[in-house]
Every structure is written in structure tokens, then in C-alpha cells.
Design a protein. Structure first.
Length: 194
């Protein structure tokens, strides 16, 4: 384990069902489709986002490997070889050895445990390779599937951001703030007794 995170290194992390790797050109169609999916937009609190094939969205994904203050990896379904989503460690705070975690899965990546495995892989990397002490995230109240996946890998609810998001469909929505600590991860390694 290192004592200082190095977000400039973009690893490939391999699990039984998913592969996490830097984004490639061939991932763009899947990510564009995911970013146009109404459920993805709702669950991420991004209902007004409109990706573009040749502009900012394309540039965003193809420059992720150049970023030294965050880690964005494509989630590839090993059964099909197709990109089904992304995992991201961002909002890095080097002084406190912490960062935020977020994820996004298109329709092809949902409901099969791929998100849980991808979460375990990236959080293992955060603690065991990057030497972080804390990984945190926020999950909206209308996304119990994601919250359950986070709990399965050891994230603990810390509090509620009341009325953190407004949507036409749901009105005001709370967000639960969750985290997992290195000392907790050292005990359960992503498999807590829940």
C-alpha cells in the first residue's frame, strides 16, 4: 500500500464479471446511450443533461486518462466485452486521504450484480493501492437499488441531506450520505456482515 494516492495511474482492474479500465473510443456509443437513458438521468439527478456525440461528451470521456486528480474507469461486462457504465473516484482531498465515489450504469449493466462487483473493485483499489482513508458518496432516496449495492460492499449511512434535489416527477428528494473507512475495509474487504 502506498501512503500517497496517485490518481495519474489509470489501472485495469479485473473481477469475475466486470473489467474496469480506462475509457476508449469504442466505449462512446454505450456511454452516450446511457447518458440518454431516462432512468440514468433520473437516478443521477441529471434530468436536463444532453450528451453530444462529437463535442463535449466525446472530449470528456476521451480525456479522462489525462486527469491526475481523479480516476474515471469504464465498466466492461466480461461476458459481452461491452462497456456498460463507469466508476469514478473524484473530489480527491489529498490532505485527508479521502475522495468521493460515483457510478453510472446503462440499461445493459443493471440488475445483474455488475455494479456491486465494480464498486468492490474500485474501492479495493482506493484503499489497498491508493492508500486512502475514506471514500464517500451520496445516493438519492428514489434509488434503493444503488443504496443496497453500496451497503453490500460496506458503505455506512452517515446522514441525510434533506430535500437535496428537485424533480418534476418526485418533487423534493432526500440524499443519503454514506462512507466506508480504510479500517472498516481492512476487516470486511467489501463483504460486511449485513
Amino acid at each position: 500500500m502506498t501512503t500517497t494516492a496517485d490518481f495519474s495511474v489509470k489501472p485495469t482492474l479485473t473481477g469475475e464479471r466486470v473489467l474496469l479500465r480506462p475509457f476508449a473510443e469504442e466505449d462512446l456509443p454505450a456511454m452516450l446511450a446511457a447518458l440518454r437513458d431516462p432512468e440514468v438521468l433520473r437516478l443521477t439527478g441529471s434530468p436536463r443533461y444532453e450528451p453530444d456525440e462529437d463535442g463535449a461528451t466525446r472530449t470528456w470521456y476521451l480525456t479522462r486518462a489525462e486527469q491526475t486528480d481523479r480516476l474515471d474507469l469504464a465498466v466492461v461486462d466480461r461476458a459481452t466485452g461491452r462497456c456498460v457504465g463507469e466508476v469514478v473516484l473524484n473530489e480527491w482531498d489529498p490532505d485527508n486521504r479521502s475522495c468521493n465515489f460515483r457510478t453510472l450504469f446503462g440499461p445493459e449493466g443493471r440488475g445483474r450484480g455488475l455494479g456491486t462487483e465494480a464498486c468492490r473493485l474500485i474501492v479495493t483499489h482506493a484503499f489497498e493501492t491508493l492508500g486512502l482513508n475514506r471514500v464517500s458518496l451520496g445516493v438519492y432516496a428514489f434509488n434503493p437499488r444503488a443504496r443496497r449495492a453500496y451497503e453490500k460492499v460496506g458503505f455506512v449511512a452517515e446522514g441525510t441531506e434533506r430535500e437535496a434535489l428537485w424533480t418534476e416527477e418526485d418533487g423534493w428528494v432526500d440524499s443519503t450520505y454514506m462512507s466506508v473507512l480504510a479500517r472498516e475495509w481492512a476487516v470486511h474487504r467489501g463483504h460486511p456482515a449485513v
